[in-house]
Design a protein around this ligand. Structure first.
Ligand SMILES: Cc1cc2nc3c(=O)[nH]c(=O)nc-3n(C[C@H](O)[C@H](O)[C@H](O)COP(=O)(O)OP(=O)(O)OC[C@H]3O[C@@H](n4cnc5c(N)ncnc54)[C@H](O)[C@@H]3O)c2cc1C
Length: 345
């Protein structure tokens, strides 16, 4: 029986583990994956972070790369590995928690091989939980290869022929950029007027400006925080105009519906598509935690990570406190805050 169990061993879980170790608590980190950094490693091969080194430091150990460098996913996984080793953080892998329930003051965490018990639980299972694809995707002909961006690795996964990319966020544009480079017809269901920001402005990184202007530290309750949260996020570091102007890239507007033969968009109906990459985001899923109160968006009701169930904490959720909460460099502030609360109890 542990004082604490942390579910999730990526940046949010490691940040809490660091503090629990400093406080001398008895704790265990569990993760459904078989190794550290898997949530990053499982993303697409060419992924480069949009945050430079100096905005990727976790508490107690700097990201080992020069300032201004944009790391790839392998560097992030290596950093986590070194972090675990340096602070001797106890992690048990291949444990998928399927239920958390509090009974008689004790949390019972059920997993595929049994149960774990503890007095407190920290849920660090990530800001992006269940990959979402629109319901009409099941009507599409089985011969069309469909991949959610969560499972997209590189264009070799695609069949030869026309490809559709759906989704106008960072992931959608980055994948569109990559898959359209082979010159084959690529349809894009997304906006033609997405706002973009370069990675550098007047010799400073964009994240330097974000920090200076308070963009990353504005709480979700402040007017500036509310304004940022309610607007589409700008696409960082991509020349969207160049990508959308490519001869083989066709903008088709929103994907609306489909049948066995074709897919309907705002602007046209297309029946030649052989592959679809859905960069259509994620939906929260916390129904495996018993007795939890959820907000209107399906996220746990909480005050900066402190839930309505005594002893149950959340870290790493989008906008847990600020825009920075679900970033490598931002999670440490929330971890420090939750740790202070824990220490006072
Ligand atoms: C494509 C992409 C690019 C991004 N680029 C950047 C960037 O450049 N810079 C930046 O700062 N942020 C970036 N982010 C945002 C954010 O930093 C990452 O999403 C990050 O992975 C979140 O870390 P986390 O620890 O909260 O959760 P995750 O990395 O999602 O890790 C959650 C962990 O919990 C485990 N887990 C989940 N459920 C269970 C369960 N039931 N039982 C046991 N284990 C479980 C998972 O296996 C995983 O290891 C990016 C996100 C995406 C999707």
């Amino acid at each position: 029986m542990f004082d604490f169990i942390i579910v999730g061993s990526a940046q949010a879980g490691l940040s809490m583990a660091y503090h629990l170790k400093q406080m001398g608590k008895s704790f265990l980190v569990v993760d459904k994956e078989s190794k550290i950094g898997e949530s990053w490693l499982s993303r697409w091969d060419s992924l480069t972070l949009f945050t430079p080194t100096e905005f990727n430091h976790l508490e107690g150990m700097e990201f080992p790369a020069p300032k201004g460098h944009y790391p790839n996913k392998y560097e992030v996984a290596d950093y986590f590995d070194a972090y675990v080793e340096k602070f001797e953080l106890p992690i048990q892998f291949n444990i998928l928690i399927t239920s958390i329930e509090k009974k008689n003051g004790i949390f019972i965490l059920t997993h595929q091989n049994g149960e774990l018990k503890c007095s407190n639980v920290i849920v660090a299972t990530g800001p992006f939980y269940t990959p979402y694809t629109p319901p009409f995707s099941i009507k599409i002909n089985k011969e069309v290869r469909q991949i959610h961006s969560n499972f997209y690795k590189n264009s070799e996964q695609l069949q030869h022929g026309d490809t559709l990319v759906v989704g106008g966020g960072d992931s959608g544009f980055q994948i569109l950029d990559e898959v359209s480079q082979n010159g084959l017809t690529t349809y894009f269901a997304g906006p033609d007027d997405a706002k973009t920001l370069p990675q550098e402005i007047l010799g400073k990184t964009l994240w330097w400006w974000f920090t200076k202007t308070g963009f990353l530290s504005a709480s979700k309750h402040s007017w500036i925080g509310k304004m940022i949260a309610n607007r589409p996020q700008p696409i960082i570091g991509l020349d969207i105009k160049e990508i959308l102007d490519r001869k083989n890239v066709h903008l088709v507007g929103r994907a609306l519906d489909a049948d066995e033969k074709s897919i309907n968009f705002d602007k046209e109906e297309v029946s030649s598509i052989k592959n679809i990459v859905w960069a259509t985001g994620y939906r929260p899923n916390f129904n495996w935690i018993q007795g939890l109160e959820l907000d209107k968006n399906g996220y746990p009701k909480n005050k900066r990570g402190i839930s309505s169930i005594k002893g149950l904490y959340f870290i790493g959720l989008p906008w847990l406190h600020t825009r920075g909460s679900a970033t490598l460099g931002g999670v440490k502030k929330d971890a420090a805050y939750i740790s202070e609360i824990i220490e006072k109890q």
